[in-house]
Design a protein around this ligand. Structure first.
Ligand code: ATP
Ligand code: MG
Length: 414
């Protein structure tokens, strides 16, 4: 418990942070619902196997970033590093495959043991959508359209670029994989140690490498586009036509990959230049092979996930907290009355802060500190007249209002 500091890579969401955070989640949920995506929540930990199987033994997440614990019974559990695996697991556990297509939205914390920096934490939060059971390119288009709608609802439409690529079908992928192995094998000595390992196990991941030397080699590597068969080209053309029809702009990025074997066809990222190295705010793609990898019947899927922290850093104009009313009783009799009055007003829908102690000055100071919109002052004189002094804290104007008219009079402040 070093000096009562939070664990490295975690942070507190104080009310101001929480408001931004909630703004992102609420706008996203609203848009997701508009497209027919229902909210789902899965546990924040799962059997380790759930992630190992879906993310693959060679992914950075599985090899370096998972928080895994052994339970007393000897089972291994892992704090979820992402939520697609959890959603698919939930579909299988609940026998929901009969109800395809399924459309889900989620929001919640994820955990990855990586190097903390701006926009990169060890506990962070994601929103995301998953569309299961739709093999057509229209599914990809819809999922991207929800993403675009969320970003627009957050006022980020013009500040974010959609980058798009295709990974083709499994046949194209196999052909491309071989081309990559041939190319990188010729440059084996120049590859980083990590990438030499990837060359054996998962050559596509080399394209994702952040190593300088690797990146120079990657620049000259074969392009996926040259290995796509007709079906894959046709699928991609349909996705692009759909986006064009909806007026969703994008840039083709032939280097955009998702390293795992069950990804196919569409891969996309919404990126910004405003967050330094952490440029991706939303990332997604088609994962037709994933459900089968988890032991289910083959089921197509497509989805995205977005980092809430990164989005919150970008949003502007988050509404301030609603301003409460401050109830200021003076004297014992008034205090007893105020306790009831506060409750009555709250039941009437007002946000009311009741000062518990102190003189008039101290209580008015608190009213200012919480940015109260008005003060309802209840002193002995007022009480004797069954009234309260209502002071507009912005204009300073005040008037005596009978208690039975109080709610009507205060309505103008909410
Ligand atoms: P990056 O390349 O930034 O590591 P990633 O490929 O690991 O991203 P995904 O697994 O696709 O990211 O997750 C989707 C989104 O979640 C990212 O675009 C990002 O906005 C957010 N995200 C991922 N990891 C973190 C993290 N450690 N802290 C905060 N946000 C994150
Ligand atoms: Mg990462």
């Amino acid at each position: 418990m070093a000096d009562m500091q939070p664990v490295r890579g975690t942070r507190d969401l104080l009310p101001e942070d929480m408001r931004r955070h909630r703004e992102v989640v609420e706008r996203a949920r609203e848009m997701a619902l508009r497209y027919g995506y229902q909210e789902i929540a899965t546990p924040i930990f799962e059997f380790t196997e759930v992630f190992k199987r879906t993310l693959g033994d060679t992914s950075d997440i599985v090899t370096k970033e998972m928080y895994t614990f052994a339970m007393k019974e000897g089972e291994q559990i892992t704090l979820r590093p992402e939520n697609t695996a959890g959603v698919v697991r939930a579909m299988l556990s609940n026998g929901l495959r009969q109800e395809l297509p399924l459309k889900y939205f989620y929001a919640g914390p994820m955990f990855r043991h990586e190097r903390p920096q701006k926009g990169r934490f060890r506990q962070f939060h994601q929103i995301g959508v998953e569309l299961l059971g739709v093999p057509e390119p229209a599914g990809d288009v819809e999922v991207i359209a929800v993403g675009q709608a969320v970003l627009e609802a957050l006022g980020l439409g013009g500040r974010i670029t959609l980058e798009l690529n295709t990974l083709g079908d499994p046949d194209s992928r196999q052909a491309y994989r071989q081309a990559l192995v041939d190319y990188f094998s010729d440059h084996r000595e120049a590859l980083s140690e990590d990438s030499r390992d990837r060359l054996e196990r998962n050559p596509l991941r080399i394209l994702d490498s952040k190593d300088e030397g690797d990146r120079r080699l990657v620049a000259g590597a074969p392009l996926f586009g040259d290995y796509l068969n007709e079906e894959s080209l046709a699928f991609f053309a349909e996705v692009r036509e759909g986006l064009d029809a909806l007026g969703i702009g994008y840039e083709l990025n032939p280097r955009l990959v998702r390293g795992l074997d069950y990804y196919c066809h569409t891969a996309f990222e919404f990126t910004t230049t405003e967050l330094g190295a952490q440029s991706a705010v939303m990332a997604g793609g088609r994962y037709d092979g994933l459900v089968e990898t988890m032991g289910g019947q083959p089921t197509p899927g497509v989805g995205w996930a977005a980092g809430i922290e990164r989005l919150s850093m970008l949003v502007e104009g988050v509404p301030d907290a609603p301003r409460p009313l401050a109830l200021v009783p003076l004297g014992e009799a008034a205090e007893a009355r105020a306790l009831l009055l506060a409750e009555e007003l709250r039941r009437g829908g007002f946000a009311v802060d009741l000062g518990y102690s102190g003189n008039m000055k101290k209580r008015m100071k608190r009213a200012n500190k919480i940015a109260a919109r008005a003060a309802v002052i209840l002193g002995e004189d007022e009480l004797a007249q069954s009234a309260a002094m209502v002071r507009d804290l912005d204009s300073g104007e005040q008037e005596l209002v009978p208690l039975d008219k109080l709610a009507d009079s205060l309505a103008r402040f909410s």
